[in-house]
Ligand binder design. Structure first.
Ligand code: GDG
Length: 728
């Protein structure tokens, strides 16, 4: 039976050394708090760092921790040394990815040693996972610390179901592209079958990055990558609703509640709860509270602002600075407004128990949540769920993921102090009836889309993910039938091998002239072509001159311009069709008009066609304009023997009499072959496949619908297939 493995940077349990003994306590933070109960119910294995540096531990202590974590908590530790933690976590995670993904480009650093540590630690996580992993397991990888891990798992376990969830925002492509290692990060995440984000904005941003930076196409939230479909979707994380909604009658809770109420007296209570982080906008919030007291002096001595900041990332220098900044601002405001019996801001730099937080949530008139950026923000949801009396109100920044679900709360721009001050006033003054209506809506939503629901939704989407490659049914990976192919190749006396060039024997380059054959390809083609039993032909869309220059001295037949020109080995070029050219100026003019408005596009004129290449154009612009261009060209060529053909990032108007199938027919007429192999990647190669007899091996390179019988991943696979045939 397959099992579920959760992997996150931190385990839900933190281990600390106290004198000679070890203490195990709950980890703080959104992810750990959130997923723990699901982990318990799902009987999963949770892999992560237990929060203690491994160089402080003796081998037997590690073994003891391992045993205890496994038996009591279903956890497997990944031990990290102090140096690994510093470079991977403080360094790459928190000084590169965290600021970048939260749009703090001024705080981000690019250091190759921290990147190396990030790769190394991701591998370390993989090794621990590898010890317990079985082929059909489901793995749920969490967050920005482990973005390379899905790719590593996919390499070794192609059949595993891998889900990845990002708890922080995924930034717009303009920001993400600043990252030096953006390709590696995207490729790592794309090892998954399912990629989840908190909001649709992050989904859009991710898809835009895969499209713009990697040229991947997507349809209905599904990205096509290699031979896989990857689903990308929004799964807004919920909270353990019951825990916050429940009535508590224990003496500890009653005591906490009494303390809060006594300290509140007849004042209104404003609350905020955050981890210490510059993304949470704590200084801005304090400035806004100052503005509030300036703007609404009637609230002096009438409000109390409890600012709870849980210590976090204390080893990162910028966080120390932030703490000092917050302390100074609190001092400034208290110095400015305090009276003999009143102090406006109560700052607590320490964690509270969850019960105490609930007591505070239930008695705070307004929750002020104004992060500058926040993936979700669970505190806002916890507060709403805690308000059994329906009397709370939330002021939330529009840049927090939770804002889209708490649409009825008061939304503010977190950089606008006056807007926050006004929002706070509005919340404090809101009529009870309006608060009731809004709180009821919050409860309905939070109760339904709870934490459990979120985790189940994600896992069930992962389980039901279809692993179908993007290829029509019945098409086989040639790898599975290569023995048969080898056998028939050997038994044959006369073999015809037809190979497209670009994308089939070499990869694509941004400038077509750069795709010249390398020496190893030339050697391979020479050996294959020299074999007297073989007739080897390159069947390309390229012009005669290029093929002649690049491959003319090899023992091959050449078919240029999609079949218009054929050159048998040691003979001259012959044309297969009598062409007319009178249509070209008018088609060229229309194409030029569109090309002028599509930066990055190139027009290429060939003997029998004119092509508009748009590989380097902005994909959004292409998507918008393509319909119009096709329509214009189709109308133009309607009455001529011309067709409008869409290829791989190219639109071509061509004489329809010219196609690769015709040229193949010409080659086949010259001899009879008992083995035929054809390979191509483009739509123009479909004519080639169509013209083949039924016993031929036809191979589509890459994915997409095809009339070929087999497919391979890319041009490298064709080269290695030819190597195998050559060497056998
Ligand atoms: C990341 C993303 C996303 C806070 N102080 C105390 C305490 N907490 C608990 C809260 C809440 C959690 O920690 C904080 O969750 P957030 O969502 O606000 O923020 P991050 O930790 O930054 O989490 C975030 C989240 O992942 C989930 O995907 O929402 O955007 O940045 O549960 O209650 N808990 C206790 N004492 C405290 O003093 N016991």
């Amino acid at each position: 039976m397959s099992k579920l493995i959760i992997v996150s940077n931190r385990l839900p349990v933190t281990v600390a050394k106290q004198e000679e003994a070890f203490e195990y306590h709950k980890s703080l933070g959104g992810l750990a708090t959130g997923l723990k109960s699901y982990h318990k119910k799902a009987d999963s294995i949770w892999i992560g760092w237990p929060g203690i540096a491994s160089n402080e531990l003796k081998e037997e202590e590690k073994a003891g921790i391992e045993k205890k974590l496994e038996s009591d908590h279903g956890c497997l530790p990944v031990f990290l040394s102090a140096e690994e933690k510093e470079k991977y976590y403080d360094g790459f995670c928190n000084n590169t990815l965290w600021p970048l993904f939260h749009y703090f480009t001024n705080k981000m650093e690019f250091k190759s040693d921290t990147w190396e540590a990030y790769k190394h630690v991701n591998e370390k996580f993989f090794r621990v996972l590898d010890e317990v992993m079985e082929e059909n397991d489901q793995v749920w990888v969490h967050d920005y610390q482990l973005m390379l891990l899905p790719g590593m798992i996919r390499d070794k376990y192609p059949q595993a179901k891998i889900g990845f969830f990002l708890h922080i925002p995924f930034p717009s492509n303009e920001i993400f592209r600043l990252l030096i290692w953006r390709d590696e990060i995207l490729e790592g995440v794309l090892g998954s079958d399912l990629i989840g984000f908190h909001t649709y904005d992050y989904v859009r941003h991710f898809l835009s990055s895969t499209r713009r930076l990697m040229g991947l196409s997507s349809h209905l939230n599904t990205v096509h990558y290699g031979n896989r479909n990857i689903r990308v979707d929004a799964f807004p994380m919920g909270i353990d609703y019951e825990k916050f909604y429940r009535e508590y009658t224990d003496s500890e809770f009653i005591e906490d509640t009494k303390l809060v109420q006594d300290s509140k007296k007849d004042m209104k209570l404003i609350l905020s709860v955050d981890r210490l982080d510059y993304t949470k906008g704590i200084p801005n919030r304090l400035e806004a509270f100052d503005a509030f007291l300036e703007l609404y002096p009637e609230y002096v001595e009438k409000v109390k602002f409890i600012l709870i900041v849980a210590p976090s990332r204390e080893t990162v220098r910028s966080y120390e600075k932030l703490k000092r900044q917050v302390e100074e601002l609190v001092g400034k405001i208290n110095g400015k407004y305090s009276t003999s019996n009143w102090m406006p801001v109560w700052f607590y730099y320490k964690p509270f128990t969850q019960k105490t937080l609930i007591a505070l949530y239930r008695n705070a008139d307004v929750l002020l949540v104004t992060p500058l950026r926040d993936g979700m923000n669970l505190v806002a949801k916890e507060y709403a769920a805690s308000r059994r009396d329906l009397e709370g109100m939330i002021v939330i920044s529009e840049t927090a993921g939770a804002a889209s679900e708490l649409g009825e709360a008061i939304h503010v721009n977190p950089r606008d102090n006056v807007a926050i001050a006004r929002g706070l006033y509005k919340a404090l003054e809101m009529p009870l009836e309006e608060k009731h209506t809004i709180n009821k809506i919050f409860h309905q939503r939070l109760k339904r889309y709870s934490l459990d629901f979120w985790a189940k939704e994600f896992i069930s989407s992962l389980q039901s993910h279809e692993k179908t490659p993007i290829i029509k049914e019945g098409v086989l990976n040639i790898g599975e039938d290569s023995d048969q192919l080898m056998k028939e190749y050997h038994q044959a006396e006369k073999r015809l091998i037809l190979l497209d060039y670009d994308g089939t024997l070499v990869g694509f380059t941004s400038i077509p002239q750069r795709a010249r054959p390398d020496q190893s390809l030339k050697d391979l083609l020479t050996t294959m072509g020299e074999n007297p039993q073989n007739t080897l032909a390159i069947v390309s869309g390229r012009d005669r001159q290029t093929l002649e220059k690049w491959l003319g001295d090899l023992p091959l037949h050449l078919v240029a311009s999609h079949g218009l020109w054929v050159k048998n080995y040691n003979e001259d070029w012959k044309s297969t069709v009598m062409l007319t050219h009178d249509w070209k100026p008018v088609v060229y003019e229309v194409m030029q008009m569109y090309s002028d408005r599509m930066p990055g596009s190139i027009i290429e004129e060939k003997d029998y066609s004119i092509a508009l290449h748009y590989r380097k154009c902005d994909p959004d612009m292409v998507a918008e304009k393509m319909g119009e261009i096709k329509e214009a060209l189709l109308t133009l060529v309607h009455a001529m023997s011309l067709g409008v053909l869409e290829g791989n990032k190219v639109l071509e108007v061509k004489d329809v009499r010219v196609n690769k199938g015709l040229a193949v027919a010409h080659l086949m007429r010259e001899n009879s072959y008992d083995f035929i192999l054809a390979a191509g990647d483009d739509v123009t190669d479909e004519d080639l496949f169509d013209a083949l007899p039924s016993h031929a091996f036809s191979i589509k390179v890459g994915f997409g619908s095809t009339r070929a019988a087999y497919y391979v991943d890319d041009w490298r696979a064709i080269r290695s297939l030819l190597q195998k045939l050559k060497g056998s």
